[in-house]
Design a protein around this ligand. Structure first.
Ligand code: PXP
Length: 236
């Protein structure tokens, strides 16, 4: 499995003081040096962490891939078509949420999502839809023209070590299998950490994991390069 590192929380820390430290750009360079396969940034509508200037500077400088997470809005579509990141991951977004809480509602707005995805794919961007591991959402995602889904692992991560773990894990496994049968490639992410990530190996054919919070948290103690290397070793 490949590792995409989400560096939003480096920007959160930088913005806490309104200055330039720690540098989001330098963080991305260190993650690449440590062997990650892509850099993920979520350009939120309220720009609470990643700013437009961050993605503009990162796009030409990255040697791996820029995965732009964004909401399905006209503004974000315009930015993506201008920036041309390698990957776009479409996520639901509510201003009040602390982080991306649920999966994208694709089944209930299939026509809108299909129209949203089309110009991005035409522009050569590899598009992924961030969805809950629900059969209905997987089937709908396969009809949109997106090449990937990213399965929301938040429920699994929360259930890890409890009597709900097997249930949540089986939802991920079944959703991945169905998606692959329908011709989609499958990524996963949210809430994955150094303890719970190992079970991702039990899901056949997972392409990439996008991990942010646990890596940046560990980096506080061991340094970013080592934190990325440790995760990469766990999922390789
Ligand atoms: N994937 C997506 C689509 C996300 O929105 C997030 C959180 O921003 C992540 C992965 C990473 O989640 P975490 O920070 O919990 O590792």
């Amino acid at each position: 499995m490949l590792l995409g590192v989400n560096i939003d929380h480096v920007a959160t820390l930088r913005n806490a003081r309104g200055g330039v430290e720690p540098s989001v750009f330098d963080a991305a360079m260190i993650c690449e040096k440590a062997g990650c396969h892509g850099i993920t940034t979520h350009l939120r509508e309220d720009r609470r962490h990643i700013k437009d200037a961050d993605v503009r500077v990162l796009r030409p400088a990255l040697k791996t891939r820029l995965n732009l997470e964004m909401a399905a809005t006209d503004e974000m579509q315009k930015i993506a078509l201008d920036l041309l990141p390698n990957n776009c991951c479409i996520v639901p977004e509510r201003r009040q949420e602390v982080t991306t809480e649920g999966g994208l509602e694709v089944a209930g707005q299939l026509e809108r999502m299909t129209k949203f995805v089309e110009p991005l794919v035409k522009a050569g961007i590899v598009v992924s839809l961030f969805i809950a591991p629900d059969e209905e959402q997987v089937i709908a995602a396969a009809k949109t023209g997106a090449q990937f889904i990213e399965l929301h692992t938040g429920a699994y991560s929360e259930a890890f070590g409890t009597d709900k773990e097997e249930y949540e894990f089986s939802r991920l496994k079944n959703a991945a299998k169905l998606a692959q049968k329908l011709g989609l490639q499958v990524n996963a992410g949210h809430g994955l950490n150094y303890e719970n990530v190992h079970r991702m190996h039990e899901i056949d054919g997972l392409y990439e994991l996008n991990i942010g919070h646990s890596i940046i948290s560990r980096a506080v103690f061991v340094g970013l390069e080592k934190a990325v290397e440790d995760m990469k070793n766990l999922i390789a």
